[in-house]
Design a protein around this ligand. Structure first.
Ligand SMILES: C[S@@+](CC[C@H](N)C(=O)[O-])C[C@H]1O[C@@H](n2cnc3c(N)ncnc32)[C@H](O)[C@@H]1O
Length: 222
């Protein structure tokens, strides 16, 4: 059974939120953005790992974190649960998702009441204020080779990576989620001036009897 929780057309196409019950009785929420499957919550371990792996690499008690896109809220909730986080700015392209978050419809983030949380509508590419964050987390596509919006391509080029890295304080960490290992992006990160500790974590996830290899790419500023 598949039930539509919401559907809105906007400047970036249509965004739709679905809930389905799998054969084993599990309730799954699914997000479709501009006709492209963006995600579901069958296994959210890597969305959460995007937050925990990046935050494990920084020290501090008053950490500021930028998250680009909200999706179903799993990464954001993992940031809010992590020690030392004082401020979380989430930039999401689709207004509708912010409304569904406020209505408690996102399975990863049932409440938006945390005073540390600032949910902002917009393009994360316009949110890279220089030297503002300890951690920048990007999960806006299915990966650099499988974009949800073609306009996001610039995020993964040298100029886009430079702007994202410049949003970090010295020692801060940029982390990017990808549905596949991304060797070209890894190389580009390593070649971007001012980066160090560049690494890729390959995370196997089993779904419907198949093993998928998702990846998280990490780079430190300065
Ligand atoms: C795969 S989902 C993110 C999943 C999220 N990590 C989670 O844990 O649920 C991708 C999200 O990024 C948003 N998005 C796509 N391009 C964006 C952009 N340029 N700026 C901000 N958000 C964007 C999409 O609307 C979608 O909500």
């Amino acid at each position: 059974m598949r039930e539509e929780l919401g559907r809105v057309s906007g400047p970036h196409g249509e965004v739709a939120l679905w809930r389905r019950t799998d054969d084993d009785g599990a309730v799954v929420t699914e997000l479709v953005v501009d006709g492209v499957f963006a995600m579901d919550d069958v296994d959210t371990s890597t969305e959460r790992a995007l937050a925990t792996e990046a935050l494990a690499r920084v020290d501090g008690a008053e950490l500021a974190v930028l998250v680009g896109g909200l999706g179903l809220g799993w990464t954001t909730a993992a940031v809010l649960r992590s020690p030392g986080v004082a401020e979380v700015v989430v930039v999401e392209l689709e207004d509708a998702l912010l409304g569904w978050a406020a209505d408690g419809l996102l399975p990863g983030l049932r409440s938006t009441a945390d005073p540390r949380l600032d949910l902002v509508a917009g393009d994360v590419a316009c949110a890279f204020t220089p030297g503002r964050y300890d951690v920048v987390l990007l999960d806006v596509d299915n990966g650099p080779e499988f974009l949800v919006h073609g306009s996001n391509a610039g995020l993964y080029g040298t100029a886009g990576l430079t702007r994202a890295l410049a949003a970090l304080r010295p020692g801060g960490v940029l982390a990017i989620w990808s549905a596949d290992p991304a060797p070209a992006l890894l190389e580009r990160l390593a070649d971007t001036p001012g980066t160090r500790d560049v690494e890729q974590l390959v995370l196997p996830v089993e779904r419907e009897g198949r093993v998928f290899e998702y990846a998280i790419l990490l780079a430190r500023c300065g």
